[in-house]
Write a protein that binds this ligand. Structure first.
Ligand code: EAX
Length: 335
């Protein structure tokens, strides 16, 4: 080894020795999502990570993994329970499988506008349901937003519930979504989001429903001609951290994470609203034909979901009376 090389190697070794204690002290929080990198979840997750890094002087690094790289929304929540994944930002789609009361928020046409959603989610009902997550090994850091869901399909324009007849439509994995689409006369097929683009492309399904921010960022306009602004479900999202991870954090770190999550939520709700304002035109520009159906006949067609005994019982965590009370309270609060 030449003298120069020897010197360079020595300097490198010293540098590693000096830097490494800091490296070892660093906590990495992997945060997975199902949606494409440009989607609002990932913008909010990056923003959250930036705040956390700044406020912990880099001791905690949030690494965002979009596009279901770490699995489906359901897989990721299971990962949180096991401690194999630290964080996820997910829709409530799979959450009813973990805390059945969440199904309440999956009811069609429950909320009339965003004010109504935030009142219920941030109020007593939403807080008490979010608090239940710790009983299954996960912790809510707040209700984020996926958005109001609209229907796209490759077959025909949707103007009335009758136009839904026989459409093979992918839904998220919860019976409330399945029942709703059946009530509209469609043929629902539950499927993880990561498989959806291919299923639409290969025509395994004709249709799907999602907020504009998802439709646009996932480029569904490439495989779906028609967009109907039905707004039939409001889809909340929730930022979750594994209880196993949470317990390894110091009280100061927990506080920083809690505060950063609250700020990221405010930010995400803003960009979500902006997405709703801008992306209908953007989808039309990409060639989608947009319809604005009268929502009243759709709401009337799916009203029976609210009184389906299995749904009411599940929302009550196995107790039909409790479920009915929760539904009534949510309807009153959402008004
Ligand atoms: O959470 O599965 C879905 O359709 C969700 O809306 C989407 O992945 C974002």
């Amino acid at each position: 080894m030449s003298r120069k090389r020897f010197l360079a190697a020595t300097v490198l070794c010293l540098a590693v020795l000096i830097i490494s204690p800091a490296c070892y002290a660093k906590t990495i929080l992997k945060l997975g999502t199902s949606t494409q990198p440009t989607h609002i979840y990932n913008q909010a997750a990056e923003y959250f990570g930036k705040l956390v890094a700044e406020r912990t002087s880099g001791d905690i690094e949030v690494q965002v993994f979009p596009a279901a790289q770490l699995g489906s929304e359901r897989d990721m929540v299971e990962g949180l329970q096991l401690g194999s994944l630290e964080m996820t930002l997910t829709s409530t789609g799979p959450m009813g499988n973990f805390v059945p009361q969440v199904k309440l928020f999956n009811l069609p046409f429950l909320f009339k506008d965003r004010e109504s959603c935030y009142r219920v989610l941030d109020g007593e009902i939403g807080t008490s349901i979010a608090d239940r997550f710790t009983t299954v090994g996960i912790r809510s850091l707040g209700w984020f937003e996926n958005g109001f869901r609209n229907i796209t399909n490759s077959k025909r324009p949707i103007n009335t519930p009758e136009d839904m007849a026989g459409l093979k439509i992918r839904v998220m994995e919860d019976d409330v979504f399945i029942l709703t689409m059946k009530a509209l006369g469609a043929s629902p097929l539950p499927m993880a989001f990561g498989e959806l683009y291919t299923a639409l492309e290969q025509k395994t399904v004709d249709a799907q429903e999602n907020p504009l921010a998802v439709i646009h960022s996932s480029r569904f306009f490439e495989v779906q001609k028609h967009l109907a602004m039905t707004g039939h479900f409001y889809s909340p999202a929730v930022l979750l951290i594994s209880e196993i991870t949470w317990k390894t954090l110091t009280p100061e770190q927990q506080q920083i994470i809690t505060e950063a999550a609250a700020e990221a939520r405010t930010y995400e709700r803003e960009i979500s609203m902006k997405a709703d304002q801008e992306l209908e035109a953007a989808c039309a520009k990409e060639g989608m034909e947009v319809t604005h159906p009268d929502k009243a006949p759709f709401a009337a067609a799916v009203a029976g979901v609210y009184t389906t005994p299995s749904v009411v019982k599940a929302i009550g965590g196995g107790d039909a009376e409790a479920g009915q009370q929760l539904i009534d309270a949510a309807i009153a609060a959402a008004k």
